[in-house]
Design a protein around this ligand. Structure first.
Ligand code: ASP
Length: 411
């Protein structure tokens, strides 16, 4: 037992990931029977999302000290979100037009999945939905964006109340420490959850669909890797001026959890923990930038929306003009912002982009069979992006403790 705990958690998680793939591959579809272990793990981390954001964001904002500092963190993060999102969607378009993955696909080898219902929400409803009308309702629904807004306002209120706000601040600071301990307990389930989820994916993956759509899957992985290595690696090396290897090593747990769960939201507690403990990002910047990023900063999804739209256009012979390309870039970024951090969210957002440029929605049914395996990589890209932006902003605003960027062996 003590030997188990002596092995660093990230090593146990990586071993579980590899072992899960091997077991699933040997076992085949029967591996679905252990998916329940993964579902339990995901349910436990989801349990953390609301209290963790609530306590750590309120305490974080209040301990930032003044509103000007909060503003300087906020605008830098937003700028990096927007710039990287644009690069990502254009990268998807570039890969799609150079490699033309939709040309010559044998569609008869594909099983049509069901096309998810496009969401009917108008932009008015979306804006109104961001207002935390009933904070308790927002928490009960695990509605992250309005929860962030409520927590920000509460933090600002504490700052404005100065001395009168101190007792409330103490409660939140203490609550945030307690929630970190609870997170540490749940994290011990990670190797088991990751193992079960990987076995399930590897065992049930449709190999026929994978063969027909292999090029699309490959380009999805290539695009995501380019974003992670070039954009995030470049940001860490040239703007934050930190060792790139240490950044990725510190992120190992979040990378494994995001890859196996395909959900940025479910990974949020793990990302926060990695950023604070392993990357030395201050609690205030980490909680603010990463919670926000988990819902609006999705570069893997943006890249994929660009790529998938070209794939559909090639599959059905739809001609696209330059105007269409700009439309895809715009809607791809908006779609990525609007996509919830849950499995398959990118698939639903495809309907938004396809509809605007005349690509048939049937494309969604064709790719649905292999979406999970692409979704896993998109999610890892999304999550790594949140941490890269948080780390960079922390360096730019003096909110990082470089000594904390420990070698992951100690974690
Ligand atoms: N599953 C992704 C996420 O949670 C979103 C997507 O489907 O692209 O980040």
């Amino acid at each position: 037992m003590s030997t188990w705990f002596r092995i660093a958690l990230w090593k146990r998680v990586i071993a579980a990931l590899v072992l899960g793939i091997a077991v699933g591959w040997l076992w085949g579809p029967g591996a679905e029977s252990i998916k329940i272990v993964g579902d339990i793990f995901v349910a436990f981390i989801k349990m953390l999302v609301v209290p963790l954001i609530f306590f750590s964001l309120v305490a974080g904002v209040a301990s930032i000290g003044d509103l000007r500092k909060l503003g300087s963190v906020g605008w830098r993060a937003m700028l990096l979100f927007v710039v990287t999102g644009q690069i990502a969607v254009w990268l998807g378009l570039l890969l799609g037009s150079v490699f033309r993955p939709g040309v010559g696909v044998d569609t008869s080898a594909l099983q049509m999945g069901t096309i998810p219902e496009p969401s009917e929400t108008t932009w008015r409803e979306m804006v109104l939905g961001m207002v935390p009308q009933s904070p308790v309702q927002v928490m009960a629904d695990v509605n992250v964006l309005p929860l962030i807004i409520f927590s920000l306002l509460l933090g600002i209120g504490i700052l404005m109340a100065a001395r009168d706000g101190e007792p409330v601040l103490k409660i939140f600071e203490s609550g945030s420490v307690v929630m970190q301990k609870v997170t540490a307990i749940v994290m011990e389930l990670t190797p088991f959850g990751v193992f079960a989820l990987m076995a399930w994916v590897a065992g049930t993956l449709g190999l026929d669909a994978l063969a027909a759509l292999g090029q699309l899957v490959f380009l999805n992985y290539l695009g995501c890797l380019l974003i992670i290595l070039l954009i995030y690696g470049g940001m860490i090396k040239f703007i934050a001026r930190l060792p790139v290897i240490d950044f990725f090593r510190g992120m190992t747990d979040a990378i494994a959890v995001s890859y196996s769960t395909a959900s940025s939201n479910a990974t949020l507690p793990v990302t926060l923990r990695c950023a604070e403990r392993n990357l030395g990002v201050s609690k205030s910047v980490a909680s603010f930038v990463i919670s926000l990023g988990a819902t609006i900063n999705m570069n893997g999804t943006a890249m994929y929306l660009g790529l998938a739209t070209l794939f559909g256009a090639q599959l059905f012979g739809v001609d696209l003009s330059w105007g269409d390309y700009f439309m895809i870039a715009l809607l791809g970024t908006l779609g990525a912002v609007g996509a919830a951090g849950i499995p398959g969210a990118g698939l639903i957002m495809m309907a938004l982009v396809f509809g605007a440029v005349g690509v048939p929605l049937e494309t969604i049914a064709f790719v649905a069979g292999v979406d999970r395996i692409m979704d896993m990589m998109r999610t890892t890209t999304n999550v790594t992006g949140d941490a890269a932006v948080a780390t960079t902003v922390a360096v730019l605003t003096g909110e990082i403790d470089k000594a904390e960027m420990v070698s992951a062996d100690d974690v």
